[in-house]
Design a protein around this ligand. Structure first.
Ligand code: A3P
Length: 278
């Protein structure tokens, strides 16, 4: 991990030769029709990005691109400028770290939240299975690290509080909030809700098709060939791991869950966002 301008970023996302580019991002230009998906890592960004791209394209055909290619922190300024509109971008940066022009131009933002205990489990598997991290700690060692925010992009708690205080309360950008759990519960409904926010034209059949094309099994099967297997432990890509709600119950001990609860209550005291937490 490296710290650039107060952001903890994985070296694989922002290689050393792109550091200056990243530092200059406050000057990057946005376009009024840009759409920005904002999420703490492991919250379902790939899923939502795929859905949003299909809605914009007006069909349920798979997007044969990797989400990472439209990730603000992985792009160079010229890479961003060369993308065709409308651009569906994504980022794990805090609201305050996003290039200012996205705020000035009032770009639409989609914010996805997921139960932080499931996020912790998913991130643990990400960190231990993606070889570049060289992390070999066990779950017991990892959880306090996650809670303290000693991971890429910092603390989940700070991320949510940042969004609440800078974005949610002030309504700086038009924003649509969705949860991973609601996507699991009724994906068609969430696709339709998102279409209303994005003002894309579509039918109930299209929304159902999109939900079907983006189901976990299909995305796992079709996306894997795009992931470089050599980057993963045992050559098994892990971006699409389990794709369920509540896996945390298989990992947390009662003591770990209690510890998490204490921090959660303390830090998220004033948050009004619909954080899934059961
Ligand atoms: P798990 O590790 O719990 O399986 P992100 O895209 O933000 O990195 O989030 C990754 C998490 O979303 C992983 O969670 C991944 O399996 C899950 N995921 C990705 N696509 C999904 C889909 N179509 N349906 C359900 N879960 C999905």
């Amino acid at each position: 991990l490296r710290e650039i301008d107060g952001c903890y970023l994985p070296v694989i996302r922002v290689p050393h030769d792109q550091e200056e580019e990243f530092r200059g991002r406050s000057d990057w230009s946005a376009r009024p029709d840009d759409i920005l998906i904002c999420a703490y890592p492991k919250s379902g960004t790939h899923w939502l990005w795929e859905i949003a791209c299909m809605l914009l394209n007006g069909n349920a055909e798979r997007i044969h691109l990797m989400k990472e290619m439209s990730m603000v922190e992985c792009l160079s300024r010229s890479g961003l400028d060369s993308m065709t509109s409308p651009r569906v971008l994504n980022t794990h940066l805090y609201y305050g770290q996003i290039p200012e022009d996205f705020k000035r131009k009032q770009c639409k933002m989609i914010y996805i939240l997921r139960n932080p205990r499931d996020v912790a489990v998913s991130f643990f598997n990400h960190h231990t299975r993606l070889l570049d991290y060289e992390y070999d700690g066990n779950w017991q060692q990892y959880l306090p690290r996650f809670i303290e925010g000693k991971v890429d992009y910092g603390s989940w708690f700070d991320y949510v509080v940042d969004w609440e205080t800078t974005m949610n309360k002030n309504q700086q950008n038009p924003a649509h909030v969705v949860t991973y759990e609601d996507l699991q519960k009724d994906c068609v409904k969430e696709v339709s809700r998102l279409a209303t926010f994005l003002k894309t034209e579509g039918t109930a059949t299209l929304y159902a098709d999109i939900a079907e094309q983006c189901n976990f099994k299909k995305m796992k099967k079709e996306k894997d060939p795009l992931e470089d297997t050599t980057e993963w432990k045992d050559h098994k890509p892990g971006m699409y791991r389990k794709g369920v709600v509540g896996d945390w119950k298989n990992w947390f001990t009662v003591a770990q869950s209690d510890m998490f609860d204490t921090v959660y209550k303390e830090k998220l005291n004033n948050v009004t966002l619909p954080v899934p937490y059961t």
